[in-house]
Design a protein around this ligand. Structure first.
Ligand code: DGT
Ligand code: CA
Ligand code: CA
Length: 571
């Protein structure tokens, strides 16, 4: 994984913070902060410069030491000095840096004067009035600290996009009751990131104070953190933070662009603006004092000499270069999907019959589905043995004759056993249209073994799709250890398709892997893995992830006609 200049800058800034908490020489601290600033503004990836053998000491503020550190970070992805100092300083002191109003200097004072070492110490000292007595800590700051401790407790927890969506729908309906000229959720939510830290809502209205008054009365609020004239922050009952902001109509596009992020994408845009002699911020794109764009996002990209970049791509993962080269993908859309190749029925652990699933899929506008119940090893899910799966296929034949407008393919989600063999005989697999292979146990094998297991499964010529390839469950289960490059290269060689599983807690492949697959020419399938008729609409979540992975219609096999699909499924 390439390391970006902003990441290197963040490492140096973090190191400077820790040096400062530790009480290091201020010149040394400043040297790291200066280096961070230099790194952020070079405009060319340091990784490339290092590869080219460029003499980094020619850069402002980079001496021999820092040059060596940059090389270390670029080549190993780590900075050993940072790791060392992190060992010395209580982790809670580091966390305190996230609290508004607390910088390294103040944290050092709290540590030295009041021996504060944990968030709990900090809260107690703030509430008891001890902190207020320290020079440089007034009552306003103490209030900020108390709030900050509360927020920090929740930090780290990220909400699944689908969870956030439920609140978004409700909130937008509630806010929509007012007269607003614009109302939109920006931030990671708009970029369709698999998890969101908080919601960033942007609205414009003639009387914004009325909007804020209405907003803070939203019934699902647990706490109003702030309510000013142009912005307000609240915490909902489920601990989701919501920031609401307003700007003038003529700044709407630039504010939307700014608050959509990502931060890394914004920084790149700002650099381009500077190169052109402009200034870009949330209020507009300015040439001197004159606003030359800002009402819409489109006009900002245009004025910067770029094409419009979809929010899902705004992660500084090459979207700006791709745009300049005319190589931005035309992202896949819901209307491109013609079927769903992974779903369960009452035969194993699903809740609906084959016919019910088929009729619901037809309602979705699909032309085909494949029924893929579990194989026998998965006894907890009533996995099917050879005999029962053949019975199921007879039923599928029968329903296919009865039902019009949709074709049911015969398939199975077959367990990949520990040695990489499949949990079903080749003789039966040969009778299937679609074979999915999945890892459902032995999640903790070391990388080499786990990779070999999946590679071997792919060697079975009946296997079509690797289902939820890494097995991760968001906020719950780590991915299995796979060498993804090897897996994808082998998939390419043998014509195996990778699934983008749409279950909101799976979303597996993730965006990075999907982009890798696309770049290697590996085809993918966006499937819902539905266990009932209601979750067929999860396809939306899988499409979000695919779009973040730069996928186009041609990368995804379930956009094909049935005839073309069948060709791909014959390996
Ligand atoms: P999240 O909430 O952690 O899932 O991620 P975001 O991307 O929604 O981040 P958030 O809520 O902290 O900020 C919303 C957007 O505001 C972010 O995507 C870009 C913009 N933004 C925030 N802080 C900065 C900053 O320091 N510099 C720049 N250029 N943009 C920022
Ligand atoms: Ca956010
Ligand atoms: Ca935010």
């Amino acid at each position: 994984m390439a390391i970006t200049n902003s990441e290197i800058a963040a490492i140096f800034n973090r190191y400077a913070d820790l040096l400062e908490i530790k009480g290091a020489n201020p010149f040394k601290v400043r040297a790291y902060r200066n280096a961070a600033r230099t790194v952020e503004n070079i405009g060319k990836p340091l990784e490339e410069l290092v590869k080219e053998g460029y003499d980094l000491t020619k850069l402002p503020g980079i001496g021999a030491d820092l040059s060596a550190y940059i090389k270390e970070i670029v080549t190993t992805g780590r900075f050993s000095k940072l790791e060392e100092i992190q060992e010395e300083i209580p982790p809670s002191l580091v966390e305190m840096l996230a609290i508004e109003g607390l910088g390294p200097k103040r944290i050092k004072t709290l540590y030295e004067k009041l021996h504060i070492q944990s968030m709990e110490d900090l809260r107690r000292a703030a509430e008891s009035g001890e902190i207020e007595k320290l020079p440089g800590f007034g009552p306003t700051l103490v209030q900020k600290i108390i709030k900050g401790v509360r927020l920090a407790k929740k930090a780290g927890h990220r909400f699944k996009w689908s969870e956030a969506k439920e609140y978004v729908d409700d909130l937008l309906e509630y806010l929509g009751k007012l007269k607003l000229s614009h109302l939109v959720v920006a931030g990671s939510f708009r970029r369709k990131k698999e998890t969101v830290g908080d919601l960033d809502i942007l609205a414009t209205a003639e009387d914004f104070s009325e909007v804020i008054r209405h907003f803070v009365k939203y019934p699902k609020i647990k706490e109003v953190v702030s309510a000013g004239s142009t912005r307000s922050t609240v915490i909902l009952q489920n601990d989701l933070q919501v920031d609401l902001r307003s700007v003038e109509d003529e700044s709407y596009g630039s504010a939307l662009n700014y608050f959509t992020g990502s931060k890394a994408h914004n920084i790149e845009l700002r650099k381009i603006a500077i190169e052109l002699g402009y200034k870009l911020n949330e209020y507009g794109l300015f040439k001197g004092e004159e606003r030359i764009a800002g009402k819409t996002e489109e006009e900002i990209y245009e004025a910067l000499g770029l094409c419009y970049i979809e929010p899902e791509l705004r992660e500084n993962r090459g979207e700006i270069e791709a745009c300049k080269a005319g190589k931005l993908p035309k992202l896949i859309e819901r209307k491109d999907i013609r079927g769903d190749l992974h779903m369960h029925t009452v035969y194993s652990d699903g809740k609906h019959t084959i016919e019910e699933m088929a009729r619901a899929a037809k309602e979705m506008g699909y032309e085909y589905i494949s029924i893929t119940d579990h194989s026998k090893r998965l006894t907890v899910a009533k996995g099917l043995d050879e005999k029962r799966v053949l019975q199921q296929f007879e039923e599928i034949d029968r329903i296919n004759e009865e039902i019009d407008g949709i074709t049911i393919l015969k398939g199975m989600e077959v367990d990949i056993l520990e040695d990489g063999s499949l949990d079903m005989s080749d003789e039966i697999l040969a009778q299937m249209d679609v074979v999915l292979g999945a890892v459902h146990y032995k999640f903790n094998l070391p990388k080499e073994k786990q990779t070999a297991r999946v590679l071997r499964a792919m060697d079975n010529k009946y296997l079509n799709i690797i289902a939820h390839p890494t097995g991760r469950m968001i906020n719950m289960r780590e991915p299995i250890a796979l060498d993804m490059v090897k897996i994808l290269e082998h998939a390419k060689e043998c014509g195996v398709v990778m699934e983008i599983n749409s279950q909101p807690d799976r979303l597996d492949l993730n965006d990075i892997h999907a982009k890798m697959a696309k770049e290697l020419g590996v085809k993918m399938a966006i499937n819902t893995d539905s266990h009932n008729i209601f979750s067929l609409y999860y396809i939306e979540y899988g499409i979000n992830q695919a779009r973040r992975g730069w996928c186009e219609k041609t990368d995804i096999i379930n956009t094909l006609s049935l005839k073309e699909l069948k060709k791909i499924l014959k390996r």
